[in-house]
Design a protein around this ligand. Sequence first.
Ligand code: GUN
Length: 294
Amino acid sequence: MSATIIDGRKLAADTRAEIAAGVAALKAEKGVTPGLAVILVGDNPASVSYVTAKEKACQEAGMYSREIRLPADIPEATLIDTVKALNADPAIHGILVQLPLPKGFSEKKVIDTIAAEKDVDGFTPVNVGKMLIGEDCFLPCTPHGIIKLIEVTGMDIAGKHAVVIGRSNIVGKPVAVLLSRKGAHANATVTLCHTGTPDASVYTKTADIVVVAAGRPNTLTGDMLKPGAVVIDVGVNRIPDATKPKGFRLCGDADFESCAAVASAITPVPGGVGPMTITMLLWNTLESARRVAG
Ligand code: GUN
């Protein structure tokens, strides 16, 4: 293996220390405690684990955290009313509805209900639109964290060829926008590959940066890479494994061993992108509280 492992846990810890200092200053100077509400509907095990991690991170940063757990069989109107109440609650500066929602809920309707100024996930059409045209907004957490992870490798993104594999609204599409926009830590030439791409390796073989967010193990293998590429693996796949206490192990969308042999730097799973997603959520929540505090 020749690649440097990009330590998402360390970057997250350093950034969270900065955020905690910002939270303490805001409390002391303005008497405002940033508050994040996280809504979890149902009991999807991966979602439960994400929500628990978000709540813990919030508390560690000195923020107020409110977790709202609702059963999967509640009417959609109850969820919408819960979001509306949080929109109007001055103790709450950020609202996150954990996705995916159980079957039967319209994610679009629920997300559209979140007030844009509390949309710390950056998922509402207002924030997505502002990001697209380069206006000040809440950037989506995983794509924003990915830019930070590329930055710590020392690679200058400007002028590079970046390939994104996956076109989800949460990761693929927004990270392609952030990498290609004009300005600092961006200005890449971006190719967006997806399930309609016959052979992604045609593009990855000339890529300086590959972001893989396909939701499928082994989507990216070492033979698809240009030597020295930076690989950001967004995948979190649970592979059944009886030797593990939880009965599964996590793996990303990249085949770690073969990619690490060719890349100059690569994020591990776990310990790469995941910690940065939560960190950028705290970042946005602090920013939201600062705006309210003036
Ligand atoms: N599900 C997976 N990732 C995310 C995220 O970043 N935000 C929300 N709300 N749900 C998710």
